[in-house]
Write a protein that binds this ligand. Structure first.
Ligand SMILES: [Zn+2]
Ligand SMILES: [Zn+2]
Length: 186
């Protein structure tokens, strides 16, 4: 396993002695969330800190930042979209517990974990996914796709298909007529 790609923090010392533990790392390629994956451009970087707040309770706070690759909502081109997410959670160590478990206590969510080596991927993925925008644009003035032939108008020549070049001429004509009209009124 690539050591740069471990998404966990060892809390053994923190659980014994109290204090704060910190870790940072990176995720390359994609972020996995259940059955979904969010493709990344380059790497997402993360850092977390965990502070003991007594009685096996810990306060986790962290951030993750990277570029998610999303489809432009007009032309569907893959578009790197910056995402930066912060997260904070209350944790409690419960030795022996097999996997991370979320419980509700006094209207607060507490995450129970059973191994001193705390797996961070679920926290990182969730925070990142929550900050994803619904849609993105490859650029503010993306012209989108040709409504007739589907060509990407960013790359397609003016006349990607006969329908479009005809429409272009017609709208030019309409513009000229409008001008004439206005001039006539004045
Ligand atoms: Zn676009
Ligand atoms: Zn076309």
């Amino acid at each position: 396993m690539d050591y740069g790609e471990i998404q966990s923090i060892n809390l053994a010392r923190l659980l014994r002695e109290g204090g704060t533990a910190e870790a940072k790392g990176e995720i390359s390629g994609q972020i996995e969330l259940g059955n979904d994956t969010i493709p990344l451009q380059d790497k997402a970087l993360w850092r977390v800190s965990v502070t003991s707040v007594g009685d096996d309770e810990l306060w986790l706070s962290g951030e993750i930042a990277g570029n998610a690759v999303m489809e432009c909502r007009r032309c569907l081109d893959p578009t790197p979209t910056p995402v930066r997410a912060h997260f904070q959670h209350m944790l409690r160590y419960q030795p022996g517990l097999e996997r991370l478990e979320a419980v509700e206590e006094d209207e607060e969510e507490v995450f129970l974990f059973g191994k001193p080596d705390l797996e961070l991927a679920p926290f990182l993925s969730e925070a990142f996914a929550l900050e994803l925008p619904y849609t993105t644009l490859c650029r503010e003035d993306c012209p989108g796709l040709c409504e007739f032939c589907g060509a990407n108008l960013k790359r397609a020549p003016q006349d990607c298909c006969p329908q479009r070049s005809r429409q272009g001429k017609e709208s030019k004509l309409a513009e000229q007529l409008k001008k004439l009209d206005l001039e006539g009124i004045e």
